[in-house]
Design a protein around this ligand. Sequence first.
Ligand SMILES: Cc1ncc(COP(=O)(O)O)c(C=O)c1O
Length: 479
Amino acid sequence: LSKLPLVEGVLRYTKENNVSLSMPGHKGGLGFKETLIGQELYESFIKCDITEVDGVDNLHLPQGIIKEAQELLSKYYKSKKSYFLVNGSTSGNLAMVFASFDEGDKVLVERNCHRSILNAIILRKLRPIYIKNKVHTKYDAPMAIDMEHLLHIINLNKDAKGIIITYPNYYGICTELEFIIKECKKNSMKVLVDSAHGAHFGVHKDLPESAVLLGADLVVMSAHKTLASLNQGSFLHVNNESLIEKVDFYVSAFLSTSPSYMIMCSMDYSRYYLQENGKQAYNNLLFNSKKYRRLINEIPHIHILDETDMKSIDLTRYVLNIEKGYSAEVFYKYLKSKNIQPEMCDGRNVILIFSPFNKEEDFNIVYNAIKSCPIEDMKEEYNEVIINEIPAMVLQPYEVMNRKRLWVPLKTAIGRVCAGAVVPYPPGIPLITLGEEVDKNLINMIEYYVKIGNTVLGIKNKKILVLEDEHEEGITYYI
Ligand SMILES: Cc1ncc(COP(=O)(O)O)c(C=O)c1O
């Protein structure tokens, strides 16, 4: 047994020297090495791990260099005010939800939103109305929200105080944000955008437009996912001046009072890099991305999603779809065996996240690996991906917290209130979530996913977590 398991484990991983096609965007530090100032920062990182010593300002009351850097950030993204976040987009999502809504407010939210949004909804005691996500039946990938469903939901819920949209999703797929903003503004709803994967949007004409420029009230971006920032570095942008005071408060409430200057410096550098080199860097990246996408798409059984499949998609990202009847998990393991580190895999798709710091050599390595991939060894039985209607909500998610819960066999759960989300991968969209009622149709669906061997979060030994009835002895279980 190791005396230092974490340190040894991480060091072991670094020695693998993988081609980094996962987050963070600086790709093992390469992003810093591209400029003189970045190189200096890279070499001095550990020394930059300081506290609020003289002359370096205070994130919770910025008056000096942090204020200056945040103003440059705001100017670059064309927001009314922008913030550095050192606890990731998770803290940004919490802050924007708390700043925009009060307890009991009704909000429209995409079914497939990130867990930090769902947690914010619970903590702020909001009443969510879910909007369905579509699934691409050819690729089994979760798509943007269903527009017809959205308009229907808006019509039925004109009293909603706002909407929370993910733009883009993990697959780089973008919803029609401009249209959504227009429709929601007609009904005086605030538009909050989780753009965790879209910090680079708008830098180049062939990328989707930035959510800030499209006019969302609040936008969160993970600078660490696609830009040069260290992990946890995120931006929050405010377009709606009336929210600034509250955002000031909640950002401060959700962030550490010992913010990392290494992370903050890396965020300042990320913005600087975009501003100084972004156009050219993304030009090169998109050139390589398109060139190798074409080549890889000639290889049988593999297809990289592109603008012919989706109206709007981030072309810097590869969603490598494997044909029905082949296993993306085995394909993922194959890429790993070739020292390629993908971001994730969902059963039909392997996602590679490229940033400007992945040069042509990395694309070439991926192309050659796929070209020599023994794909015929990756056959598996194909099972269709299906999604259900959103189940009826009987309690608000926050009402489920602090109630006794217990695991019951799926077969006996009909009519009970769900106390933990059930999410099959693929497609990664919750079949049921907190406060919704379990019905026969849902159980069939879960049994189907368990039977075909998909990963199903929220199911243990064919049991589901539900609220306890009076006569039962339950457990208190926090998610
Ligand atoms: C859509 C989305 N939003 C928010 C987050 C949370 O971001 P962070 O890791 O910066 O806290 C993620 C993380 O993967 C995400 O995919």
